[in-house]
Design a protein around this ligand. Structure first.
Ligand code: GLU
Length: 324
């Protein structure tokens, strides 16, 4: 099958929490509402926990969400990332970088470079110096990172929820010093290969969109649109995390939550009981969510999730107590 598609691309580093789940459900709903395929990508080049990818897919299957195609697995696509680096390299847009994190922090920033941007230390080194630095790294058992040569410009992309996103596009890393292809490269290569023409994901990644749009242009990828949805926070106001308590699907299930409770919470978190018209009763199924969510009036503010405890039956959507 081909044609336009949306996707969910969780890193299989652990169990999904309710915030990740909400983002994935919104990506699915958006794809269904707009006639796109819904694809799933396993971003397993880094921080992988054995069994996590399958567990994440199972959580969604239990919630009634099954991707339209077999998931794409990044670790099986290294040749594609290598080919993309080759294309950029042939255009003179790739250079080796020998800097450690410390070198970068300590270097004076280049004139006109946006704050936090790579200072350009290795951008214009001569070949003799490169040979020397490469040998130095090799002696320490390391290899250079590869960076994209850019103009250090601020680039703006349009976002369906945020309006516009402006962020500096500096000489970002394409392949890390440990040989792992960088997130920004793999996302662009894979989205393009899968026909992902709209990206729905958490707004913690919004500032990556200009870099990805720039790189997509260089690689001849079709233009994408973006919809960065707000994150779910814990009680402290920091993004939801394991330390907040029962936050994963598995933990919530163990406390007695049903899939209807998950959907009811998503409904409430989007303002269903607070003035946003999402239908007059909490959602209980994926079809309710697909029918009910209105992206034109999605809130931009984050939602807070207060994890239930076994003693706290009132948190349950239907008011029932958890099973003992
Ligand atoms: N794998 C990334 C994450 O889990 C998401 C990548 C993306 O949606 O572009 O945060």
């Amino acid at each position: 099958m081909s044609g336009p598609a949306g996707r969910f691309a969780p890193s299989p580093s652990g169990d999904l929490h309710i915030g990740n789940i909400r983002t994935g459900l919104l990506a699915y709903a958006r794809a269904r509402q707009t006639g796109r395929r819904f694809l799933w990508r396993i971003e397993d080049l880094d921080r992988v926990r054995a069994g996590a990818a399958a567990a994440q897919l199972r959580v969604f299957a239990d919630l009634g969400v099954v991707p339209d195609e077999e998931p794409l697995v990044q670790s099986q696509r290294l040749d594609r990332y290598a080919a993309a680096v080759e294309t950029l390299s042939a255009a003179g847009l790739v250079y080796e970088c020998y800097c450690s994190r410390r070198d970068i922090q300590q270097a004076p920033s280049a004139p006109h470079a946006p704050p936090g941007a790579y200072p350009g230390t290795c951008r214009s080194l001569g070949e003799a110096e490169r040979v020397r630095r490469r040998a130095e790294l090799a002696a320490a058992g390391r290899q250079p990172a590869l960076r994209l040569r850019t103009e250090n410009a601020e680039i703006t992309v349009a976002d369906g929820l945020l309006g516009t996103i402006t962020a500096p596009v500096d000489d970002f890393v394409l392949r890390r010093g440990d040989g792992v292809y960088a997130y920004n490269l793999t996302v662009v290569v894979d989205d393009s290969a899968s026909g992902i023409d709209e990206v729905v994901r958490g707004d913690d990644l919004a500032s990556s969109a200009p870099r990805q749009a720039h790189l997509g242009g260089l690689l001849g990828a079709a233009e994408q649109s973006w919809l960065h949805v707000p994150l779910v926070l814990g009680e402290s106001g920091a993004r939801l995390a394991k330390r907040d308590g029962a936050v994963t699907a598995q933990e919530l299930t163990a406390l007695g939550w049903s899939t209807a409770d998950v959907y009811a919470w998503v409904w409430r978190s989007l303002g269903g009981d607070g003035g946003v018209d999402l239908g007059d009763r909490p959602w209980a199924t994926i079809d309710d969510l697909v029918d009910g969510v209105d992206f034109a009036q999605l809130r931009r503010e984050p939602s807070v999730f207060l994890p239930p405890t076994a003693a706290d039956a009132s948190t349950f959507a239907d008011g029932t107590a958890p099973s003992p």
